[in-house]
Design a protein around this ligand. Structure first.
Ligand SMILES: [Zn+2]
Length: 62
């Protein structure tokens, strides 16, 4: 996941911007594994294999 993607990602719950809360692994293409965090509601979203998983609350993943 390219870091520039952060600028267009938004929290699925409150539409606020998200920030990079943690990076576990990164390569030339960007973040491979880590966490995104909503700047408003503080929900966290995992980045797995370079893909941000931003599911709305109540989707069964919580
Ligand atoms: Zn939010």
């Amino acid at each position: 996941m390219r870091r520039s993607l952060l600028e267009i990602l938004a929290c699925p719950d409150c539409r606020a911007p998200v920030e990079l809360a943690g990076v576990e692994s990164e390569d030339d293409a960007g973040v491979v594994a880590g966490n995104l965090k909503c700047t408003k509601c503080s929900r966290e979203f995992p980045i797995i294999d370079g893909i941000p998983h931003m599911l709305p609350a109540g989707s069964g993943d919580d």
